[in-house]
Each structure stands twice: as structure tokens, then as C-alpha cells.
Design a protein around this ligand. Structure first.
Ligand code: 7RM
Length: 637
């Protein structure tokens, strides 16, 4: 079992050790896992022509480290506690042994469907135990899973399937979310019209929504697993074989297929889970994320299960049947560690104490947040009313690309400060640089957040586009991994994440590229061009403000076009990417070289145009006045 740090002194000691000799540090942690063949070298790396390898020559299977390795001690422990969308439906609990059997069964099913080591399997499923089972079944046989969040549209799903060239798609008839049903199979059918690489679709029956089953291509989950053995030998994988691809948004329109590999991801997620949450055997841990995002991969599935933890998985939404749902779940299962996003906290805070009063919440020991900066008001509400002032809050900063938590308190060990992610975990070496790439040493500095040295959980490439990987993460500052975030190191050496410095926005904890949304808007036949920026939003963290130039208005007039743009974005990306504000403008503020000056649009969207800076390079300065005049928020001049 991975060792756990117990004190601040222990943290400082481990941190120093990890910087002085990272290879010895990570090798000692990696020793705790089951390797079919031990690695011969810990690390090879190069950040300029990026090439990162951890645990070289090591052979293993991550599912053997979840199951076989722990079976003597954990067979009858709960692995997954699944809470359905509808509180009146029975919850499901799976022990490690039961989960193991289900995983093997589905692994054999995939094999029978002709899935081999290295093949990609796309997964477009609701938050049900079969989703976890499917991911682990892929890992068992060495197939690469590519989970696509079930809120994505047909077009987004199809794009991701094609990029990964997945040959199998796993989906469900539908997904329950609050009082709505998402018709997943219907969306998948539409996606598959433009994804000919998919040979087989396995469909789980969940909502009993009527679906179309294409003969020769589609098969029901229950039919497919019927008669399959619940024993399946683990495929022996190289430490650097791919475990999964997960698409994430960047500053260009095309999402990036972030690739994580077996050995390093395993060591990193297991280590960070245990230390950040200070998980103890027997604790019940609940992460509210969707498995369609990295938080679900690392901290619902892999991190907890590698530690033999009991992990709660919730199908529904925080506000249904009412805004007390999370707290009901905490009380129902006596949750000890609770991990959610600031946007959820803000939306529950806004609903008032009526949904918190009357809940016990006495089992809680640790609270966590992830996904975006947490504002002080939300932090205090969470701390005082949910944690009853006795639970440390771990504000965990990390990214899809980092695989696991990078900068965060360790619960109860690192003294916290509201809105600070505090200190780097052992093994993580953050640096702050100015725009010229000069390192800002010492405390009380602010700039671009980079990482100086590799860590086992870091992404290895972008699927099919290593050059883009190089350029995006290693092209900005020499020999540094650039996170895309701004950060401040305060007078105590504590890190505060300030948010993205690129064209990525964070809406309700969902990461979106502004270019992605613009592409969707521009696909509308009446739109000439558009520019999208984020603006501060009380609940969502950031809202989406779109400035749109139209040729002519349709019969519906301004309102008609705003509505049809919203529908278009929903269709092309998904409902969560719908613009909050759409302002029709006569033109965009462009420089003489044709670049949109987003800075100006950001200012307008923020409602403060009092200090626009230098606008003399604009082709047409008058356009700024017109945009401010027509703004759909109040703008200070
Ligand atoms: C885990 C996840 C990554 C981006 C990242 C940041 C922002 C994440 C925090 C945060 C402030 C935090 N992966 N971010 N955690 N900002 N404090 N604790 O969210 O790939 O989807 O997004 O999210 O901007 O770069 S992600």
C-alpha cells in the first residue's frame, strides 16, 4: 500500500526528498504496486522535444493492482456504492470481488467482439456502474478507452470517435438526469452516420427509452455479456502503453485527445488520492464529478479503487428532487470525504440554508473542490455550513493533462487559506514565469504557471498529433511545461490559481475553448463571424458572452437569431456550451493585421470599459463605441 504522509513535517521532508532525487522518490512509491516485471529505469525525459517515459521496461496491468493485489484483504469490501438519479430507486453496492467478476465478464465480452490490445473503445454512457465496469474491462484487456461526456452532442461525439478511430462504441438507451432523460442511443445513432470506423455498438438498457437497433451493428449489453466467463486473464502491459484518451478543449477549435499511460497514471492517481484526501481504510468517499471528465477518471475510478476505497458514484444532479440531494447522499452512506466543484457549491448556496438545515453531515471529515477557482464566499459557506467548521477543505488544482492533483493541501496537514490551492504535492515543481519566460523567484510574485520537472501522471502526447502536444505545452517557455493558467505565489509561498491566460474558459467547471464555441456559432447560415469571451458569472464561475456579426436577420429578428444560435451551439457541442449572452454587433474590434482584440470584448463583457488600454492599432476605433452602446450588460465607461 502507498505510504501516507501524516504531518506537516512529514510533508516538508517528503517534498525535499522528491525534489532532491525525484527518481528515488517515485521509485519508492512505485514499489508498492504489483509489477509483472519490475521497471529497470525510473525516468527518461525531454521537455524541448517532448518525450516522457516513466518506469521503463515495467510490465503490469492496472486492474491487477485494483483487484488481484488486494483480494486477500478487500474481496468483501465495497468498491462502488451507486446512488441512482431517483432517490426512490434502490441503490446498488458492489464489493471488490463482485466488481472484479463484472469487469472480467465484460472484458471477455469485448474480446468476443474482436477488441484487441491497443484498440480504441469509445464510451458514451450515463453515470451507472456499467460505465466503471466498461473502463476497467478495457484496461483489463489492454484496450484504450475514450470516454465522451454524455452531455456532448452527436457531432462532438462523432468527431471524438473519428479522431480516435474507435471500433466499438458503448452506450445506453438513455440517461436519467434529474427529471430529464438524455436519449443517448438516438444521439449515438446520429453520430455514427459520420463515424464509419465503429463496427459494433453495445447498448445498455437503463431508461427503457425506445431505441433503434441496427442489425449486425448494435447489440444489447445484457445479450452481449450473457454466458461470458467471469474470469479473464489480465493483458500484460508495458508501463508506457496507453491506458486511455480523454478529449479536452484547448485554444483552437479542435479538441485534444490527451493520452495517459498505464504505469505513471496508476502510481500518480493512487498516491495523490490517498494523500490529498487522507483516505483511511473503511472510509466512504464521494466525488460528485461526471466520469466523462478527468476528475471522474482519476478520482471516482482509478485513484480510489487502487487504494481499496469505497467510492460513491451518483447518477443524478445536485438539485433534484431538491437542492439537498448531495447532503442526503452524504447522510445516507455516511460519507467521510466529499469532493465537488465550486460551481455546485455556489448554486447550492444560492438556494439557501433550507436544504442544509436538518441534514446531519456528521460523518464528514474532509471537503474538496476542483475545476475552477473557488471564491471566498463559497469557501466559507462550504467550510461553515457543510463542514461545520471542523473539516479541512482541499482546493485541488490540476488538469486533464496532469492526470492528477498537483497543487493542493493535504487534508488536515497543510494549513489552508480560502481560495488558495496552497502548496505543490511532493514530486511537483511549479515555477512562475513572466511573459518572456523569465522565472520569478521568491514570494509575492504573479505570472504564468509552469512545471519544471516531469511527474508520473503527466500526459504523454495528444493522440495523433505529437507536434501539437509539443507546441501547446512546451512551445511557450523553454524547458517548461506550461499549464495555461496564471498563478500568484503570495508572501507565504502559497499558490493561488488566477485562471486561464489563454482562450480557454471554465463554465460551471466545464472546460471549453472559445474558438470551439465560435466555430459552432459561425456554422449558423446567417452568421458572418463571431467572438466569444468569458465573463464573471455568479454561479457558473464564468458565463459565455458571444459577440456576433450577422449579414441579415431572419424573420424572427434579433430574438429569433439569438435563439437559433443557441440551438446551433447546443447541437454542435452540447447544451452546456450554450451562450448566456448573445450580442449582435455591426463588426468586431480588429487590429490592422486582422486579429480580434479580445481584451476589449472581455472588458465589455465584464461591464467595465473605463480602461480599455491602447486601441490605436484598431482598424476601426468607432466599432468599440457601438459595441459598448449595444452591450447587453451595464458597462462602466
Ligand atoms: C481537474 C480539471 C483544467 C483547468 C485548469 C484551471 C482550472 C482546475 C482548479 C482550477 C483554480 C482549482 N481538469 N482549475 N482546478 N482553477 N483552482 N482548484 O478541472 O482539464 O477540465 O480543467 O481548470 O484553469 O487549467 S480540466
Amino acid at each position: 500500500m502507498v505510504a501516507r504522509i501524516h504531518s506537516l513535517g512529514g510533508y516538508i521532508y517528503e517534498y525535499k526528498k522528491s525534489v532532491a532525487n525525484p527518481e528515488v522518490f517515485w521509485a519508492q512509491i512505485a514499489e508498492n504496486f504489483h509489477w509483472r516485471k519490475r521497471f529497470t529505469k525510473v525516468l527518461e525525459w525531454n521537455f524541448s522535444n517532448p518525450d516522457i517515459k516513466w518506469f521503463i521496461d515495467g510490465k503490469l496491468n492496472i486492474t491487477e493492482n485494483i483487484f488481484e493485489k488486494n483480494m486477500y484483504t478487500h474481496a468483501d469490501q465495497l468498491a462502488i456504492i451507486w446512488e441512482p438519479n431517483d432517490p426512490n430507486e434502490e441503490h446498488i453496492q458492489l464489493t471488490y470481488m463482485q466488481l472484479f467478476r463484472e469487469v472480467n465478464k465484460f472484458a471477455n465480452t469485448l474480446k468476443r467482439l474482436n477488441v484487441r490490445k491497443g484498440d480504441r473503445v469509445a464510451i458514451y454512457m450515463p453515470m451507472v456502474p456499467e460505465l466503471t465496469i466498461a473502463m476497467l474491462a478495457c484496461a483489463r484487456i489492454g484496450a484504450v478507452h475514450s470516454v465522451v461526456f454524455a452531455g456532448f452532442s452527436a457531432q462532438s461525439l462523432s468527431e471524438r470517435i473519428n479522431d480516435a478511430q474507435a471500433k466499438v462504441l458503448l452506450t445506453a438507451d438513455g440517461g436519467f438526469r434529474g427529471n430529464k432523460i438524455t436519449p443517448l442511443k438516438q444521439i449515438a445513432d446520429e453520430a455514427l452516420e459520420s463515424s464509419p470506423c465503429v463496427e459494433t455498438v453495445v447498448v445498455l438498457k437503463r431508461t427503457k427509452t425506445e431505441v433503434n437497433m441496427e442489425v449486425g451493428r448494435d447489440i444489447w449489453w445484457h445479450t452481449a455479456i450473457n454466458g461470458q466467463s467471469d474470469e479473464c486473464p489480465a493483458e500484460v502491459m508495458d508501463a508506457e502503453d496507453e491506458l486511455f484518451i480523454l478529449y479536452t478543449s484547448g485554444s483552437t477549435g479542435k479538441p485534444k485527445g490527451i493520452v495517459h499511460t498505464v504505469g505513471g497514471y496508476m502510481v500518480f492517481t493512487a498516491y495523490t488520492f490517498k494523500n490529498v484526501f487522507q483516505y483511511n481504510a473503511g472510509d466512504v468517499y464521494f466525488c460528485t464529478a461526471d466520469i466523462g471528465w478527468i476528475t471522474g477518471h482519476s478520482y471516482i475510478v482509478y485513484g480510489p479503487l487502487l487504494n481499496g476505497a469505497q467510492s460513491v458514484m451518483f447518477e443524478g444532479v445536485p438539485t433534484w428532487p431538491d437542492a439537498g440531494r448531495f447532503w442526503d447522499i452524504v447522510d445516507k452512506f455516511n460519507v467521510n470525504q466529499f469532493y465537488t466543484a465550486p460551481t455546485a457549491i455556489r448554486s447550492l448556496l444560492a438556494q439557501g440554508m433550507e436544504f442544509v438545515n436538518g441534514k446531519k453531515l456528521t460523518s464528514l471529515k474532509v471537503l474538496g473542490t476542483v475545476g475552477e477557482p473557488i471564491n471566498e464566499e463559497a469557501w466559507h459557506w462550504y467550510h461553515d455550513h457543510i463542514g461545520k467548521s471542523r473539516c479541512p477543505i482541499v482546493d485541488t488544482w490540476w488538469q486533464t493533462e496532469t492526470g492528477g492533483v498537483m497543487i493542493s493541501p493535504m487534508a488536515g496537514i497543510t494549513p489552508t487559506k480560502p481560495s488558495f490551492a496552497t502548496m505543490p504535492l511532493p514530486g511537483i515543481q511549479p515555477v512562475i514565469v513572466d511573459n518572456e519566460g523569465r522565472e520569478l523567484t521568491g514570494n509575492s510574485v504573479e505570472g504564468n504557471l509552469c512545471i519544471r520537472f516531469p511527474w508520473p501522471g503527466m500526459a504523454r502526447t495528444i493522440w495523433g498529433d505529437h507536434e501539437r502536444f509539443r507546441e501547446t505545452y512546451f512551445g511557450s517557455f523553454k524547458n517548461l511545461y506550461f499549464t495555461g493558467d496564471g498563478a500568484k505565489r503570495d508572501e507565504d509561498g502559497y499558490y493561488r490559481i488566477l485562471g486561464r491566460v489563454d482562450d480557454v474558459i471554465n463554465v460551471s467547471g466545464h472546460r471549453l475553448g472559445t474558438a470551439e464555441i465560435e466555430n459552432a456559432i459561425n456554422a449558423h447560415p446567417l452568421v458572418n463571424e463571431s467572438a466569444v469571451v468569458g465573463y464573471p458569472h455568479e454561479i457558473k464561475g464564468q458565463g459565455i458572452y458571444a459577440f456576433v456579426v450577422c449579414g441579415e436577420l431572419s424573420t424572427g429578428g434579433e430574438e429569433g437569431i439569438q435563439k437559433s444560435i443557441r440551438i446551433a451551439v447546443e447541437k454542435i457541442i452540447g447544451p452546456f456550451a450554450r451562450p448566456d449572452i448573445i450580442q449582435l454587433v455591426p463588426g468586431l474590434p480588429k487590429t490592422r493585421s486582422g486579429k480580434i482584440m479580445r481584451r476589449i470584448l472581455r472588458k465589455v463583457a465584464e461591464g467595465d470599459a473605463s480602461n480599455l488600454g491602447d486601441i490605436t492599432t484598431l482598424l476601426d476605433e468607432d466599432i468599440v463605441e457601438k459595441i459598448i452602446d449595444g452591450a447587453l450588460v451595464e458597462v462602466k465607461r
